[in-house]
Design a protein around this ligand. Structure first.
Ligand code: AHG
Ligand code: MN
Ligand code: MN
Ligand code: MN
Length: 337
């Protein structure tokens, strides 16, 4: 493995990019430290009292686990003091978290899913942290941070990525200049460059979906699934089905091996058709990564990065991964329109 640390990699790119600022490097440095703290706690889970629920229910209607709360608190506490943000938004908080008052303000907005794959925490299966960074419009600098600063077109992201706490801890990120992966060397506490310029295979071997929702899918979605079951994958063999239930882990595997992750819309008894994944803290950051890696991300019809969010916790259907596999889904949906 190379001995290039993520900080060196950042600084090198910063020199090459006229857009980059010291403030941005500080943001990522602080974010990396937060992730190392979360990773340390994840590794100790089972030994210390971080498993199980807090007894609270979050804004998503989900039972909060102790590690969700821990990760959220670490990120809010550290990032608020960094002097690089004007606002944050988290999957776990109903409203935006303004950075003001006693805390120094910066130009960036950080949106995160502090702990992705919560249901896997207690059973020792890979989980992660997802992040997405925007810049505040210049003309709004100095104003009190507000929701409209955060609700920007998803294409405006200046950086996105994730940390995965798996067989090793990795950081994968993009600033719009390719996707790069780093592996934490626990003996020195540094993320070292292990996957430079990651590219997703054009066509994959795997599809990932929670098929238990079959009865709540519309005909178009059922046709999508039937397609993947009855056609050959990139190797001329039947597709494999793999579903972990942590978006980060399912995405990471498909990024490396090629494939498609699907969280289709479910049709509920009241006729409402809705995806589960959160646009701002899950779908949009992964969409930026996948496009930078040569892949695609859509809700079945519309490109995810073309979304202009109207609500902080907006949910979207998500089909993301190898471009030829995602195109198949788009074609089937279009045929059903
Ligand atoms: P989170 O743990 O941050 O709430 O996210 C869970 C998400 C995502 O990680 C995963 O892909 C999906 O929910 C799984 O949902 P189902 O259990 O409905 O398949
Ligand atoms: Mn959750
Ligand atoms: Mn999540
Ligand atoms: Mn989460």
């Amino acid at each position: 493995m190379s001995q290039i640390t993520v900080t060196e990699h950042l600084l090198l790119r910063q020199k090459q990019s006229p857009m980059a600022t010291g403030q941005f490097t500080s943001l990522l440095t602080e974010l990396i430290l937060s992730a190392k703290i979360i990773s340390r706690e994840v590794t100790k889970a089972g030994l210390v009292d971080v498993l199980g629920f807090t007894g609270e229910t979050n804004v998503q209607g989900e039972k909060v686990r102790k590690l969700d709360e821990f990760a959220n608190n670490v990120l809010i506490h550290r990032m608020r003091r960094a002097g690089v943000l004007c606002a944050m938004a988290s999957e776990e908080n109903g409203d935006i978290i303004p950075v003001e008052g006693e805390f120094p303000q910066g130009d960036y907005i950080l949106i995160f899913d502090p702990l992705d794959g919560s249901s896997n925490i207690d059973v020792n299966v890979s989980i992660g942290t997802i992040f997405s960074i925007y810049r505040r419009p210049k003309e709004k600098r100095g104003d009190a941070p507000c929701l409209s600063d955060v609700l920007q077109k998803c294409e405006n992201q200046v950086c996105s990525g994730y940390f995965i706490y798996g067989s090793s801890t990795m950081m994968v990120y993009t600033t719009g200049d390719g996707v790069h992966g780093f592996t934490l060397d626990p003996s020195v506490g540094e993320f070292l460059l292990s996957h430079e310029n990651m590219q997703i295979p054009k066509k994959g071997k795997i599809y990932s979906v929670n098929e238990a929702y079959w009865n709540s899918w519309d005909t178009a979605t059922k046709d999508v699934l039937s397609y993947f079951k009855s056609h050959q994958n990139a190797e001329g063999k039947p597709y494999s089905s793999r579903y972990i239930g942590s978006l980060v882990a399912d995405f990471h595997r498909n990024l490396l091996y090629g494939g498609i992750f699907m969280y289709p819309p479910r049709v509920f008894e009241n006729g409402k058709r809705q995806g589960k994944l959160r646009l701002l803290c899950e779908a949009a950051p992964m969409a930026m990564l996948v496009e930078q890696a040569g892949g695609m991300a859509t809700d079945g019809t519309n490109r995810i990065l073309d979304y202009f969010p109207t609500e902080l916790h907006q949910r979207v259907p998500l089909f993301i991964g190898s471009p030829e596999d995602v195109q198949i889904v788009k074609d089937i949906y279009e045929h059903h329109e």
